[in-house]
Design a binder for this molecule. Structure first.
Ligand code: KMH
Ligand code: ZN
Length: 289
């Protein structure tokens, strides 16, 4: 019989999502940032080996600037799908400078999953715009196209907006509500265990969730997420510093650290196939092959 003072640790495996590029860091400041298709494909393979199950993709143009060019996005989805088993998630957030129309068009590239941010948030000196009508339009498009949305939650109010979206516009494609808490953005919720607990408590019943902490909140958020039974997102979109004054070697290094932490926590990395089953992803492997 278990000792009454010993609480049961969260069980099951940990889904690790890698967000390798983002739209904010420059190649000049972070040379290990994958910005070409070849770099992204190599990153996907290395991160899958390291324990990732999903990749959250932003792409860059020939000058390494963020772009939502549909041709490039389509080519990227096909290349990553052909060279890895990772769930391919495209960002519909883009950069703070991208308009709603080009963000909606991302779905034409037919990813397995896409991000869907549940509200506007101050983003450093900028504003990341996500009006209610835009959220609804994007959500309905994911339902029509059978793409699994990942609800990006930068603030506690975004959790309220997510619940409103589900109440008014039914379940997502596949039926599983999956969220990602993006914490520590200047303007959003802080990357602390207390904020994570508050956000998780407000999630819809049955939702699965991961969390990522931007910058120096990466470690506290990782361990708080493991302790709370959540999944992990890591990658150079969110952090480019390994330790004080030490740049990240590459994305695989961040995935390997997350895999090590999850394994230590008795919740080892989930395979891409198990993550597909969890998120109810439509199997598009073979499409565009
Ligand atoms: N680059 C940020 C402004 C997403 O990918 O959906 C938005 C972002 C969220 O990264
Ligand atoms: Zn992103």
């Amino acid at each position: 019989m278990a000792h009454p003072m010993i609480t049961v640790a969260p069980v099951g495996a940990t889904m690790i999502t890698v967000a390798p590029t983002g739209a904010e860091s420059s190649k000049a400041d972070a040379p290990a940032l994958p910005v070409t298709l070849d770099e992204l494909v190599a990153t996907a393979a290395a991160c899958e080996t390291g324990g990732a199950a999903m990749i959250h993709i932003h792409i860059r143009d020939d000058a390494a600037r963020p772009t939502l060019d549909l041709g490039r996005l389509t080519e990227t989805v096909a290349a990553v799908r052909a060279s890895s088993d990772l769930i391919v998630q495209l960002s519909t957030g883009g950069s703070v400078h991208d308009g709603y129309d080009s963000r909606l068009r991302v779905l034409d590239a037919e990813p397995d999953s896409c991000s869907l941010t549940c509200g506007t948030v101050n983003f450093g000196d900028d504003v990341f715009m996500n009006s209610w009508p835009f959220m609804v339009e994007l959500y309905q498009l994911t339902q029509q196209r059978q793409i699994v949305p990942e609800f990006e939650l930068f603030d506690l109010g975004h959790v309220t907006a997510l619940n409103r979206l589900l109440d008014k516009h039914a379940a997502p494609y596949g039926g599983q509500v999956h969220c990602d808490l993006v914490m520590g953005v200047p303007g959003g919720m802080p990357g602390t265990a207390a904020a994570l607990v508050a956000a998780v408590a407000a999630l819809p019943a049955g939702a699965s969730w991961s969390a990522t902490g931007v910058g120096r909140s990466t470690m506290p958020v990782m361990f708080a997420a493991l302790a709370g039974g959540g999944h992990l997102r890591v990658g150079m979109e969110d952090v480019v510093t390994w330790a004080r004054g030490v740049p990240v070697r590459d994305n695989a290094q961040l995935v390997e650290r997350a895999a090590e932490a999850a394994t230590l926590f008795q919740r080892p990395p989930m395979t891409p196939d198990d993550a597909r089953a969890l998120l109810k992803v439509k199997d598009r492997r073979g499409v565009n092959a």
